[in-house]
Design a binder for this molecule. Structure first.
Ligand code: OXD
Ligand code: MN
Length: 583
């Protein structure tokens, strides 16, 4: 296969000239191609089949132990002007970045096959979808991209027709962290990534394209590319609200997107549209509509069990690629909190020894097609997307942030999103459990200056009435002994219910200095074993702590200097003033 699009053909030729692969393979995305890649990888040891009786068509990949997560310190946004990348990104001048990384690509594919992967982010017929081509020397990337995107012949047809596509070049290189870089050139719609085979660094359609490049592109085109799950919540009358939620990595987006309503909520249903990324466009009537650019899930495995996420647990019992999990004696995948079985071999292929740490890597992952999810919404394929009723921000905070609150209006909601902070997780290489600012859960993913990004969000306020309402949730409050105050998981539906009812003007709320909060009685806790004092604690605003928080938010926002939108400064000042008045 080749292509009629000369720009694409010339780029592929020039990459081949530099990287010198033995072969070039254009991916058609078909079943036969997939099978032959899987067989070849099983032969070379890149994959190994898991217990095919209990986990049909499931495979295990064990990565290099140094290559198990995203690498924010090696990820760069290379705009001509450094201020356009902003203090939120590592920056390198485009010419310097190309020179540095091209030198690493020289001859990098010798002895390997170069795969050309045409893909479409979003439903193939959607006007909101965008296109890309990833060149890689990793067959593991090819089979993962096939699960995560609409990949192959149809995508290529659309690329040839439209002529505009993101160019992503990837090689696993020699996996040396010293020669690992993930570079983004938003002005050129291109990505170059070398030295890692890990999902977020190597499946370029995901974080690199659908968030970093797309967020940049979205600003110029008037839409939003966000780190958000999309979920439909159907009440017993059959009415569905779609909600988009931005939580940082490994904070439960996949669980919420597939939530199973608790016993107390008979007749409620949850529909998954996406678990990680949402592209939001205003439609002609001014309503915000969302598509999920992805077609599969690249989810954190540990903690997944029948109770926390039965849909995911069932879904990953077939046609799934597991990366860096442990295995049992009879070759089933195993992970911490699976609640069944025992590990025999750990994620590094060694005999399991509890002294050497967890059996599965804390950031071990499953890759699986969305169609295997029992709560998958058919509207995930709808070209026009779904209308969004509410946007929900959240983070992992032991204290301070209440279970839920609502912003006063869109502009205040932008401040709420910009103020998100969360404890770091194993999804990035680095310290875990440190609270850091993670505005809109986009700290690692915004492809341009956050100050300009907030300005862009603020431009949406002109048609407030049609826009989603904005909320903030925190499922992770703890008491002094480190015990979680809120049961979480399926019970989070109780909070989503209040959010939906607020959107319909049916639920009560009380005004506080930080926004609208439910009274404890406004959240249905029937059937839950939760003390009144706990609900009080979850739904109170500690004015003293919030003053400190707003001081810290103020300092953070000011670090963006002159580019910080004045409206955000005013929104911040208004909350500070409210807190002052509150005594
Ligand atoms: C992810 C992440 O993999 O956010 O989704 O790291
Ligand atoms: Mn994510």
């Amino acid at each position: 296969m080749t292509t009629t699009l000369s720009e694409l053909q010339e780029w592929v030729d020039s990459v081949a000239a530099r990287t010198q692969p033995d072969n070039i393979h254009w991916c058609d995305g078909g079943e036969a191609e997939n099978q032959s890649l899987i067989e070849a990888m099983c032969e070379s040891g890149v994959l190994s089949p898991l217990n095919q009786e209990k986990f049909p068509d499931c495979y295990l990949h064990l990565s290099d132990p140094s290559d198990v997560a995203r690498v924010e310190h090696l990820t760069f946004v290379c705009t001509s002007n450094q201020d356009d990348a902003g203090p939120n990104n590592n920056w390198m001048a485009p010419a310097d970045a190309h020179e540095k990384i091209d030198a690493l690509f020289d001859g990098a594919m010798k002895g390997r096959t170069m795969y050309v992967i045409p893909y479409c982010m979003g439903p193939i017929k959607s006007p909101y979808a965008r296109l890309g081509v990833e060149i890689t020397d990793s067959p593991y990337v090819v089979v993962n991209m096939r699960l995560m995107t609409r990949m192959g012949a149809d995508a290529l047809k659309r690329i040839e027709k439209e002529g505009v596509f993101v160019k992503g070049l990837h090689s696993t290189g020699d996996l040396d962290p010293e020669r690992r870089f993930i570079m983004h050139f938003p002005e050129e719609l291109s990505i170059k990534s070398i030295g890692s085979g890990y999902g977020g660094n190597a499946l370029l359609g995901k974080k690199c394209h659908a968030l970093r490049i797309a967020s940049y592109q979205a600003r110029t085109e008037g839409w939003l590319a966000e780190h958000m799950l999309i979920v439909g919540i159907e009440n017993p009358h059959g009415e569905v609200h779609y909600v988009a939620c931005a939580f940082p990595s490994a904070c439960g987006k996949t669980n919420l997107a597939m939530l199973i309503p608790p016993e107390s909520h008979k007749g409620w249903r949850i529909w998954t549209l996406g678990d990680d990324i949402a592209w939001l466009h205003k439609d002609e009537g001014g309503k915000l509509r969302a598509i999920n650019p992805e077609a599969g899930y690249f989810g954190v495995v540990p903690g997944t069990n029948e109770k926390t996420n039965k849909n995911a647990y069932d879904m990953i019992h077939g046609e799934t690629i597991f990366t860096n999990v442990a295995t049992t004696e009879d070759n089933e995948p195993w992970w911490e909190d699976k609640k069944t079985g025992e590990p025999s071999t750990d994620w590094q292929g060694r005999d399991y020894d509890p002294e050497s740490g967890p059996a599965a890597h804390p950031n071990s992952r499953f890759t699986v097609s969305a169609t295997r999810n029992k709560s998958y919404s058919l509207l995930a394929d709808a070209p026009e997307g779904v209308p969004i009723s509410a946007i929900v921000f959240g983070g992992r905070r032991k204290e301070l942030a209440p279970l839920v609150y609502e912003a006063k209006d869109w502009n205040h909601g932008v401040l709420v999103g910009a103020s998100v902070a969360s404890e770091t997780t194993a999804a990035n290489i680095g310290e875990v459990g440190v609270v850091r600012r993670d505005p809109m859960a986009m700290k690692p993913f915004c492809g341009y200056n956050f100050a300009d990004y907030w300005s862009h969000w603020l431009t949406f306020a002109d048609n407030e009435r049609r826009l989603p309402r904005i909320f903030h949730v925190n499922w992770f409050r703890q008491d002094n002994d480190g015990k979680f105050l809120w049961p979480g998981f399926g019970e989070n539906l109780r909070v989503l219910r209040w959010i939906m009812e607020r959107c319909e003007d049916r639920a009560e709320a009380r005004e506080t200095p930080i926004g609208f909060l439910p009274k404890p009685s406004d959240i249905d806790t029937s059937g839950l074993d939760i003390a009144d004092e706990t609900m009080d604690a979850l739904l109170s605003v500690n004015v003293e702590q919030w003053r400190e928080e707003m001081d810290s938010v103020g300092e953070y926002l000011e670090s963006y200097g002159d580019r910080l939108p004045e409206i955000l400064r005013q929104e911040h000042a208004a909350i500070v003033e409210n807190l002052k008045k509150a005594g």
